[in-house]
Design a protein around this ligand. Structure first.
Ligand code: DAH
Length: 339
């Protein structure tokens, strides 16, 4: 009987000092578990005189009940504290500013290229991509620039071998396409081109967009109409174009095409050097010799071609001063093109 009193005191003291539900569980097992102290008392039953056994049994059961109540009360207390601690540690300050998800952006060259492809696809052009390593034949000879022709010097070409080079113009794609496909042709050929050239507006690698239309009865008027449409969609609803005579070996006649200044709208400013116009591309009627080189009869078919610098268009559109900005990979520059 005395033992039971001691057990209750001991259990009360240990339960009180248990600081976590895990520790409390261990205390509980120490007294009430299968090998616990109270259970051990019951095992001594046979050493007790038979007449005292019922009273002893009752006593032990009463103690069990007391202990259970005692542990339950302590458990409630410990659990409540644990919950409060958990809530405090997981507290969220809903007034804090949200963390911004930083999304990537398309490169301005990619954006411009996609925009150009969109505009011309809308006019029925299909995209054809030629190789970056090109033969001298496709890049020069077939475009009416034979070996001894002074026009070879117009572009400072990187040669890989005597016959192969890094294409200096996407015009090479015209020949590849016309060899495969006969008119009607409406082709767009975007891609990288390479020239030994290097200053604020020229880089040894840049991007061009070539266009070619060949069919019966195509005229320079068709070219101009298409260019006007292009300028209005790409730059401004009020944009105008102007053709100036020029020379390219693969077109006859050849023109250089200006767009009314994208900064001042034509009044004259620093960007257009006071002229109101900005040169954006070269174009012309496909030279008879080029058509012949591809097995297309120049008496039956005529066509126009144009080639523009994608980097240059992007520089105009976004007001970029140095062509280097495109390849420096500075996130502060690239970030500005996020939609
Ligand atoms: N290939 C020329 C260049 O790189 C641009 C060009 C001019 C392309 C006239 C054409 C064209 O198709 O007709 O400077």
């Amino acid at each position: 009987m005395e033992d039971t009193e001691k057990i209750v005191e001991e259990a009360a003291a240990e339960a009180q000092s248990a600081q976590s539900s895990r520790a409390l569980y261990e205390v509980k097992m120490k007294f009430l578990g299968r090998t616990g102290k109270l259970t051990a008392l019951l095992k001594n039953m046979k050493e007790i005189a038979a007449e005292l056994r019922p009273a002893f049994g009752k006593r032990v059961n009463a103690v069990r009940e007391r202990l259970e109540e005692l542990f339950a009360a302590r458990e409630e207390h410990v659990k409540a504290r644990e919950l409060a601690e958990k809530l405090a540690s997981e507290q969220v300050d809903v007034t804090m500013p949200a963390k911004r998800q930083r999304r990537g952006a398309l490169h301005p060259i990619t954006k411009t290229r996609e925009e150009l492809c969109d505009i011309f696809s809308g006019m029925g052009f299909e995209v054809f991509e030629g190789p970056e390593i090109e033969s001298e034949y496709y890049n020069l000879t077939a475009l009416n620039i034979p070996a001894d022709h002074p026009a070879r010097d117009m572009q400072d070409t990187f040669y890989i071998t005597e016959k192969f080079l890094l294409r200096s113009q996407t015009s090479a794609g015209q020949i590849r396409l016309m060899e495969k496909k006969k008119p009607p042709i409406k082709m767009l050929s975007p891609g990288r081109v390479f020239r030994a050239d290097d200053d604020a507006t020229h880089a040894p690698m840049f991007h061009q967009m070539e266009g070619l239309v060949v069919d019966r009865g195509i005229t320079l008027g068709d070219l101009q109409g298409m260019l006007d449409e292009f300028a209005r969609t790409m730059f401004a609803e009020t944009a105008k174009t102007r053709l100036r005579p020029s020379y390219f070996p693969f077109t006859e006649p050849s023109v250089e095409v200006d767009v009314s200044c994208t900064a001042c709208g034509g009044k004259g400013c620093a960007l257009c050097k006071g002229t109101g116009w900005i040169e954006v591309l070269g174009a012309g009627m496909v030279n008879r010799k080029v058509l012949e080189n591809c097995g297309i009869d120049p008496d039956e078919y005529t066509g126009f071609a144009f080639g523009m610098g994608i980097d240059r268009i992007a520089m105009l559109k976004y007001g970029i001063r140095h062509i280097r900005s495109f390849t420096e990979n500075d996130v502060r520059f690239l970030e500005q093109f996020r939609d």
